[in-house]
Structure formats: structure tokens, C-alpha cells
Design a binder for this molecule. Structure first.
Ligand SMILES: Nc1ncnc2c1ncn2[C@@H]1O[C@H](COP(=O)(O)OP(=O)(O)O)[C@@H](O)[C@H]1O
Ligand SMILES: [Mg+2]
Length: 230
């Protein structure tokens, strides 16, 4: 079986023609299989977020190739790239990036608007996603009124509402205490059992040492410095 995600000598340089040019991803080749739980581990500035956004079709590489389900997405025109992104990936950003003045329900529904879907179906999808993160009773609340842990669960529901194959989470335990971190990992465990591929950037040992993790990829200065089973 071919891997779900391949990066082939992928590089990302910010401000390439300026004095402050930064090569955030400096030639990374890796493969991720469907159903795998992979951790990208490395200190701050090592390129984790940049690599996640290349894998998740949120940004394009400066050079190298990104292949998702056999398709070289790094070459796709914008609208097709957007389609692959929407259909394949769900993102949980480090700072969640919710809209605080909207309700929980409306935040979770946002990714569905571009889909050809009836309002009833959208509402059902949102209800299912909220139930999955145990926020069924919170649909009408404003996000700004929720705790940090609850906001993250809204972010997870929003990431799941399109039923993606891959969930990408950027430092998901950075703002959680240890009890909530364990709870999050249990949630990830359920998603893994359901067949989702998980790609998690973190340097938190609570995540790295968890039995759910299949493989740890270590990054430093935009390079892969080690790879192994968890
Ligand atoms: N949008 C950007 N513009 C310019 N430099 C960036 C940008 N995003 C990240 N960088 C730089 O790229 C390097 C890697 O950053 P990042 O991918 O955020 O690493 P990490 O997530 O591991 O902290 C850092 O030196 C960072 O300052
Ligand atoms: Mg980061």
C-alpha cells in the first residue's frame, strides 16, 4: 500500500529574497501511512508548524514535493489544493483560531459552508461533531464564554466536521494542564481507533511517551534529525 502522505525533499523559505530569509523547512523527506499516529517533535523554531502547514496543503513548498493519496498537491492550482485540503485534513491550531463572538455551533459549521450540503445535513454534522467532543449542550454558547479546554474541544469538533482522513494538531497540549492533556490523548485514541491518521507537533513528553503514538520524527533547524518508533 502506498503511503497516504509523502514529502520529498520539501523546503520552505520565508522571505526568500530578503536579508532575513529563513529556511524553516530545509529538505525533509518522510512518509506517513493511513491510520498512523505521528509526532513531529522539536524545540520552538525547529519548523514543526511550517512542516504541518506544508503537509496539510495550507502553504506551498519553496521546492520539493508534497504528495497526498498519490497526488502531487504541491503542483495543483489553488482551487484544487483547497479541495484536497478541505476533504483530507482537519486542523487544530495552536491558538485554536475560533471566532470568539460566534456560537459554538456556528464556529463548528463554518467549514461546511463551501460543501454542497443542505442546512439540515449541516446541522446534523455539527451535532455529531459536538457530541464527539462532549459539547452537545454547549451549541448555543458564545465561544468567548468557554474555558480554554472547552474552546479546544470546539476546535476539534470544527476540525472533524468535514470528516477528514487526517487530523493535524499543532502543540495541542501547550495550553492544557496535565489532567486535560490526558483527556485529550484519550480523545485522540478514540479517533485513532476510528481509523484517522493523526499528525501532532509537540515537544510535550506527555504526548511523546503516550502509547497511542506510533512514530516520532525529530526536527531541528528545519531538518529531520531522527526517526523511530515511539
Ligand atoms: N510566516 C513566517 N514568516 C517568516 N518566518 C517564519 C514564519 N513562520 C515561521 N517562521 C520562522 O521559521 C522557523 C520555523 O518556525 P516554525 O515552523 O513556526 O517552528 P516551530 O513550530 O517548530 O516553532 C522559525 O525560525 C520561525 O521564526
Ligand atoms: Mg509551532
Amino acid at each position: 500500500m502506498s503511503p497516504l502522505i509523502v514529502t520529498d525533499d520539501v523546503r520552505k523559505t520565508y522571505h526568500p529574497n530578503r536579508a532575513d530569509a529563513t529556511e524553516a523547512v530545509a529538505g525533509i523527506s518522510l512518509q506517513i501511512d493511513a491510520g498512523e499516529v505521528v509526532v513531529l517533535k522539536g524545540p520552538s523554531g525547529s519548523g514543526k508548524t511550517s512542516l504541518l502547514s506544508l503537509i496539510g496543503c495550507m502553504s506551498r513548498p519553496t521546492s520539493g514535493r508534497v504528495i497526498v493519496a498519490g497526488e502531487e498537491v504541491s503542483r495543483l492550482p489553488e482551487r484544487f489544493l483547497t479541495l484536497v485540503r478541505r476533504r483530507t485534513f482537519g486542523f487544530v491550531f495552536q491558538h485554536y483560531q475560533l471566532i470568539p463572538d460566534l456560537s459554538v455551533r456556528d464556529n463548528v459549521m463554518l467549514p461546511l459552508y463551501p460543501e454542497p450540503m443542505s442546512l439540515t445535513e449541516m446541522q446534523q454534522r455539527v451535532a455529531t461533531a459536538l457530541a464527539e467532543v462532549e459539547l452537545a449542550g454547549f451549541a448555543g454558547r458564545r465561544v468567548a464564554h468557554l474555558s480554554g479546554g472547552q474552546q479546544q474541544r470546539v476546535a476539534i469538533a470544527r476540525a472533524l466536521v468535514n470528516r477528514p482522513q487526517v487530523l493535524i494538531a499543532d502543540e495541542p497540549t501547550a495550553h492544557l494542564d496535565s489532567r486535560l492533556s490526558i483527556e485529550l490523548l484519550q480523545r485522540f485514541e478514540v479517533l485513532k481507533q476510528a481509523g484517522l491518521t493523526l499528525i501532532v507537533a509537540t515537544h510535550d513528553p506527555v504526548v511523546c511517551d503516550h502509547p497511542l503514538v506510533d512514530r516520532i520524527i525529530a526536527l531541528h533547524d528545519g531538518r529531520l534529525i531522527g526517526e523511530g518508533g515511539a
